[in-house]
Design a protein around this ligand. Structure first.
Ligand SMILES: *Cc1c(COP(=O)(O)O)cnc(C)c1O
Length: 368
């Protein structure tokens, strides 16, 4: 069972549909109908125009391979899903819902690409941005006043701070603000923000959902039919659509999400525990679920040498793949200056835990 900060939550059962747990939904949703000779998986449909007279018409409006992926992720998160060309395209679509001059509350340690989009919008006078420390729930609640959108990420990337989602979502709604949660790090198997009251969920599907470091894809899920219509209309007209191959690969990868995540999570917890005993490491952050660990080394140069000296761990950005990767986050000039210089973000994959550990320790000692 995956550790979840909110316990096991499931949709309300109805008379006609069986209630499947998320680990089943991720396998069973988004399949062709069960008629003789139907394949078990939807094929990749490569189409620009469709024969006129139906609902699809053109490849910017609809694609059956996207639909299968969207049905599966929508069923998991509990809303209508729209796929986008990347996580950041999905984020741009949600930020575009904010009207001119309105205020957006955002964690100061949110994903740097989200912060970058908001800074750009603010510099052009499009929105006002309020950066908050999500570990101070009272301050976040106070900041919700007058906001149009409260953007949340829990855990934050790469600080791994947790948001008190139920409390902040309630406060945002009291203040009349919409809430969007970037659920990339937790995945719907650990946390389903729409069930906690959020209006929108965003994913970088690139990460855990597709899981094999070979796809860039994004998604928005909402249980608000009006918002879904606005987003669909704008996706049709702006064209930030996914490719059919990417949607197919993401769905194929998503089928194994629960087993990948269970394995990676177990290994991550063990690696976090062992790292905390190392003299070179001054701080280890692990939120108790998921497979991202942050280790702070006292010497940032040592962190740089370490991340370039392993044989198994790959020095690379990103996370959520079957391969273990790590990097010193401040090597990016765009990373927040409140992230420690020596912080190494470790994205634990599904290799054998002992091989991962030996590789880490060998490189750590050799680069001292
Ligand atoms: C990677 C990431 C994104 C951006 O997604 P892309 O698919 O790379 O565009 C957004 N949010 C979080 C939390 C991420 O880790």
């Amino acid at each position: 069972m995956l550790a979840s900060p909110y316990g096991e939550c499931m949709s309300e059962p109805t008379e006609s549909t069986p209630v499947w747990r998320p680990g089943t939904v991720v396998v069973a949703a988004g399949r062709p109908s069960r008629e003789p000779d139907q394949p078990l998986n939807v094929p990749v449909t490569l189409a620009a125009p469709y024969v006129a007279g139906g609902d699809r018409e053109y490849g910017r409006y609809a694609n059956p391979t996207w639909t299968a992926f969207e049905d599966a992720l929508g069923a998991l998160e509990g809303g209508r899903c729209l796929a986008y060309a990347s996580g950041l395209a999905a984020i741009a679509a949600v930020l575009d819902l904010v009207a001119h001059g309105e205020r957006v509350v955002v964690p100061r340690h949110a994903y740097q690409g989200s912060l970058g989009q908001l800074a750009d919008l603010e510099s052009r006078g499009r929105v006002r941005v309020d950066l908050v420390d999500v570990t101070d729930t009272d301050a976040v609640v106070a900041a919700c006043e007058d906001a149009a959108l409260v953007w949340l990420e829990s855990p934050t990337n790469p600080a791994l701070e947790l948001v008190d989602l139920p409390r902040v979502i309630a406060a945002a709604h009291d203040a009349g603000a919409r809430v969007a949660v970037d659920n990339t790090f937790a995945t719907p198997l650990v946390q389903r923000p729409l069930e906690l009251g959020a209006d929108l969920v965003v994913h970088s599907v690139t990460k855990y959902l597709s899981g094999h470091s070979d796809v860039v894809l994004g998604a928005v899920v909402t249980d608000d039919a009006e918002i879904a219509e606005v987003l669909k209309h704008r996706r049709d007209s702006f064209g930030a659509i996914p490719g059919p191959w990417e949607a197919w690969l993401a769905l194929r990868g998503m089928r194994t999400l629960e087993v990948r995540l269970e394995r990676a999570q177990r290994t991550a917890a063990e690696i976090a525990r062992r790292l905390a005993e190392r003299p070179e490491v001054t701080e280890v952050r692990y939120p108790g679920f998921g497979s991202v660990v942050a280790a702070v080394l006292a010497d940032p140069d040592h962190a740089d040498r370490w991340t370039r000296a392993t044989a198994l761990w790959v020095h690379a950005t990103s996370l959520g793949g079957v391969e273990s990767t790590f990097e010193r986050r401040r090597r990016w000039r765009t990373e927040s200056l409140t992230i420690p210089e020596g912080l190494v973000r470790m994205a634990v994959g599904i290799e054998d835990v002992e091989d991962l550990w030996e590789d880490l320790v060998t490189a750590l000692e050799r680069t001292r």
